[in-house]
Write a protein that binds this ligand. Sequence first.
Ligand code: SF4
Ligand code: SF4
Ligand code: SF4
Ligand code: FES
Length: 613
Amino acid sequence: MKEVKLKINGKDVVATEGMTILEAARKAGFRIPTLCYHDGLTPHGGCRLCVVEVKGSPRLLTSCTTPVADGMEVYTDTDRVKEARKFVMNLIMTERNHFCMFCEKSGKYEDTDCELQKRAYEVQIEHFPFPVYVDKYPVDTSSPVMVTDHNRCILCGRCVRVCSEIVANSTLDFSFRGSKALIAVDTGLSKGKSSCISCGACMQVCPAGAIFSKFGGYKSRRSLCERIETFCPICGIGCETTNYVRYNNIVEIEGNGLVKGSLDGGQLCEKGRYGPLMESRNRISTPLLRDSKGRFVEATYEEALNRVVQLLKAYSPDQIAFRTSSFLPAEDLAYIKEFASRIGVKDIDTFDGNVYRNLSSFKLSKGTYEDVLNADLILLIGGDIVKEHSVVGSYIRRAVRNRGAELVVISSIESKIDRWAKEVRRVAEGSEGSLANDYKNKIKSMSNSIIVLEGASLLSNKEAIEPWLKLAEELNVKVMILTPTGNSLAAWELGISPDLADSAGKSKKLLFLFLGDIDSSYSPASIAEKGYETIVLHSAYIDAIMKLSDVVIPGKSWLENEGTYKVMDGKARRFSPILKAEKGVKSPRELLSDLADAMRLGSISIDDIVRKL
Ligand code: SF4
Ligand code: SF4
Ligand code: SF4
Ligand code: FES
């Protein structure tokens, strides 16, 4: 790229063609305050806080939108610039209700969660010199997850841009003009009734107190929180997150990396951003044992361990089955597998264990976000991507909107993605495979196609999935597999799969169930159907299956359990726990390690196994 030489505050600076003054100044170490600008979005030039003086220009110029030019002389901090910024900030602060004392985001100096307030301190606003315009604007509380208070809105347009450019949902826009201007939702709906998919990206980029969470609001300022960077393991995509935690409670979750040029940065779905904050299930707080009259009695951890040892010895290995959530970290999955094999149990599986079983015999070429963005044809087969893998949905919408990609949806259920499709084929669940051959010629006629396969019911159904996999293999089409739970791939690679020869025709009597947080493919009814005599349950939450269990041992939730996940890109990543577990609450590997000691099985090491993932 061509070099551009300019001077900023008298210093020689070398930038590249196409850079803005703001970018060049930042690169050279000069600070320019901004408000409507956001690193991950197209500059808008609306607020004018970032103005600078450029020699030869009679007007001050917005640095976020003005490109650098050879020989330019820029001044970022003159009295004229400072006055102008202060004036702009005074207008913004008095245009609507910015009585910070009553605002959710308010704080002092760097302590505030409000960028607007921070910038006001930065340009030294101490009082309002103009009369404050306090017309009443609506407050929209209809969204299940966030509040939009138009009284605090500074019309910076960040929310509009993120919803359009990144989420590609285009729910938001400006409406009316002047002092009546508002951020409109689908041209006049409330957020709760609109096309909004509750991803919260608009809330994340809002620099003022105009959009805030219904769950984290009023709990704590960020500066008082512990900040934990990790990723979300819920659905297997693995979006990067920053978690704000106070008193062992999550206050807020943000998507990381919403910066220019980042392919997968910043986004989260409703489950990832709000799920842990919405959690309302009760925890299992103490071990429980069923007594001779069939009632649960509280027990110590040691008493529960002894009961489990007795049960494991009372049944022969071929009468015992282990079932686990594939939402558990690889360390737990590996330990369950090793422990089971140490006591001779061969029937070990996950609730969604057959997802990869159906895929493993095919040589598939893995699709990435980039492949979705570059596709001419996207065949989306399966469940509701907006509900289950909403972040991938945004890439599909971007491909449709930006490049005119053709989207075909083949699914048994309606989805908010349907309105973006050229063709929607509504089929009975399980019969998706019957349509695969209809698209053979179409795929051949396109230069870049991708098949996106989504959800447990599709992926675990051999007849539904195989025709698509055969087609993908034959035509060498990229395939994106969206599994229902975070660690399905690791579970499969660790060999969590029953020895079918061992299981054939044999009814199991003792079930050892590791529920973790309970994954989406878990059904208490289907477990009850199997008619086990005895169930040992290790789980974080109170759930219907407890009624059928004989021993219940409290477990860690995923938020408390460190470990490895193998996410959509095939990379193994280490999850850092966000919350601390109550004393005595164990992960499956901790519980099984205690059991191995009690049964004198010798030490079980899983480090090498997990390292190979
Ligand atoms: S949005 Fe920011 S500037 Fe406005 S009232 Fe709230 S804290 Fe103050
Ligand atoms: S929550 Fe997401 S979809 Fe809804 S308006 Fe905000 S950015 Fe758009
Ligand atoms: S709601 Fe927030 S992000 Fe959207 S225009 Fe208003 S202040 Fe900016
Ligand atoms: S930050 Fe440049 S105009 Fe708003």
